[in-house]
Design a protein around this ligand. Structure first.
Ligand code: SF4
Length: 209
């Protein structure tokens, strides 16, 4: 499988925010979101076998792993890697675009699934069957007023908040987090505000290189 980077850091997103975590970033993504902050992972990377990735992970002092990208589920070895990690008693999560079915992901893995909003430029790239997967949470990146109300309508239409955590994340340096916080309160939204913690701790320009 093609790996862009493996590193140990603090989880900045999802309900797992703040947890020391080993990140495995795969190379390659079939989408081109306007706000993408991991463009360096579109092509750069090196081939590694699943045992080599497991061995690299074992060198870090944590039993928590996040598989991210790029789009990790583009590579069939990712599914195998996730199952091996669960078998080895890691707490495992995967961050995915929402445009690939997560139903074949090991049920022990926490899936953090994007729903692409209008300002992403990738509206409609979502597999509705992902809404049926247990042990999942759904993330909407909010970059405009339109995004907010589109997301509210989508969550309501599919009753997502009744079974899953819904995360609203302000598009970094596009939307003021306070604006989104006030919007959630004013509109009586059931979404949970998510700040990308890592971007407030480390400058994006020095991450991931
Ligand atoms: S899905 Fe993720 S990695 Fe792919 S273009 Fe969008 S933000 Fe970037």
């Amino acid at each position: 499988m093609k790996i862009n980077e493996i590193f140990f850091s603090i989880q900045g997103e999802s309900t797992l925010v703040g947890c020391p975590t080993i990140f495995v970033r795969t190379s390659g993504c079939h989408l081109r979101c306007t706000y993408c902050d991991t463009k360096y992972a579109y092509h750069e990377g090196r081939q590694m076998t699943v045992p080599e990735v497991l061995s690299a992970i074992a060198a870090y002092p944590s039993k928590r792993v996040c598989l991210t990208g790029g789009e990790p589920l583009l590579q069939k070895e990712s599914f195998e890697l996730l199952t091996h990690l669960c078998d080895q008693n890691y707490a495992v999560s995967v961050e995915t675009s929402g445009d690939i079915s997560c139903l074949a992901v090991d049920a022990r893995v926490r899936c953090v699934i994007d729903v692409k909003t209008p300002s992403s430029g990738e509206l409609g790239r979502f597999k509705l069957q992902n809404l049926t997967r247990p042990n999942s949470e759904f993330k909407f990146v909010i970059g405009s007023d339109e995004d907010f109300f589109w997301s509210e309508a989508f969550v309501k239409q599919y009753c997502i908040a009744e079974k899953n955590v819904v995360l609203y994340s302000p598009s970094f340096e596009i939307i003021d987090p306070r604006w989104l916080a006030e919007k959630i309160l004013q509109q009586k939204s059931t979404a949970r505000l998510q700040l990308q913690l890592h971007k407030y701790i480390w400058s994006p320009s020095v991450r991931g290189v």
